[in-house]
Design a protein around this ligand. Sequence first.
Ligand code: ADP
Ligand code: GN1
Ligand code: MG
Length: 376
Amino acid sequence: MNHVREVVQPTTLTPQSSYGMSKLSLAQALAAQFGLSDQGLKLNPIGSGHINTTMLLKNGNDAVVVQKLNTDVFPDPEQLVNNARLIEQHLVLKAQKDQYALEIIKHLPDQQGKFLVDINGDKWRALEFIGGSYSEDVVRSAEQAEIAANAFGQFAAALQDFDATQLFPVIPDFHNLTKRIATFNLKVNANPVGRVQTCENEIAFCRDQFGLATELDSLVNVPIRPCHNDTKINNMLFCTDSESAKAVIDLDTCMPGYWLCDFGDMVRTCCSPEAEDSKNLDKVIVRHEIFQALVRGYAKPLAPFITNEELASFWLGAKVLPFMIGLRFLTDYIDGDNYFATKYPEHNLVRARNQFALYRDICRHEAKLKGMLESL
Ligand code: ADP
Ligand code: GN1
Ligand code: MG
């Protein structure tokens, strides 16, 4: 469990850190920019996101989340912030009409009213800290899975009348498996850091699954919707004091897409009892009661909108997302770890093996899991 109300994790920043300035100077620069007094300033990492650098900036009374955006992954951070703010504004209107009950993650302007600031060449933003909350990397119970899926369902339902064509494609073809496969093939052929020899079995395994892309490309009558596109379990916050959801966060990849992908990413990150980078592959299995809870939790808020074809497509999402994220981890491993944050050289390979183990187990239990979707 990752408590974000009172963060007391030791910092992983070195005193003279990669920010080109000391940690204290960075904290002071951020505080000055976002209007916090620098009395008793503390700056500590929170969460376990793979892309941005997320920290809690605190003084005696106030706390804000500050985030250094990863501009390799998001080359146009202005557009990213603009997208997230459009969604934020839509959700605020929904909340005013009692059509959205979760807390809304909100950007904070700096002293000049800007939402993105430059500190030593890095792009930083500030977000309202959502207190009384915690995030999870591994789901502990079916109840928790249902709460999470219901929150993502409420989010999707609140956005179903949002014009997602207004959103800039911050990462084009984000969930386009055909394109992901093309990139994978390029990297395997280029073998830029000589790692292909160390993962030949995984490469062969991937090649056997490429038919999934044809299945995805052949979908008919499945609507394109405003999607979150990163519904992993630690992208929502639970309430510390009650068995309920607090907020859906990490709106960076909100773009038009299929709900099947959002469902599939929940399956990917909730169903296994092991973390995404666990090496205990024999324990990486799909927990059926969690899958059932996800179906229940996600479908309820979507019931007024979802079509039969769309619901039927969720099974494809449950298979595609673990496979596709596994493929992306393997691609990044072969490429020399340029995309996902890693803690050791084989980290991405370990993650890929883990995701493929989950994908295999999901496929093994097709009849039972599909039945849960069909009996809804
Ligand atoms: P990344 O894009 O790197 O995944 P996230 O936006 O998901 O970054 O943030 C990483 C983690 O930081 C989250 O999983 C959550 O634990 C914590 N977090 C992020 N924003 C907030 C917030 N506004 N309030 C409280 N906790 C937050
Ligand atoms: C990244 O940012 P984070 O950690 O919430 C990634 C997702 C992957 C996920 C795998 C922008 O999500 O697509 O599914 O890691 N985000 C981006 O854990 O690529
Ligand atoms: Mg995240």
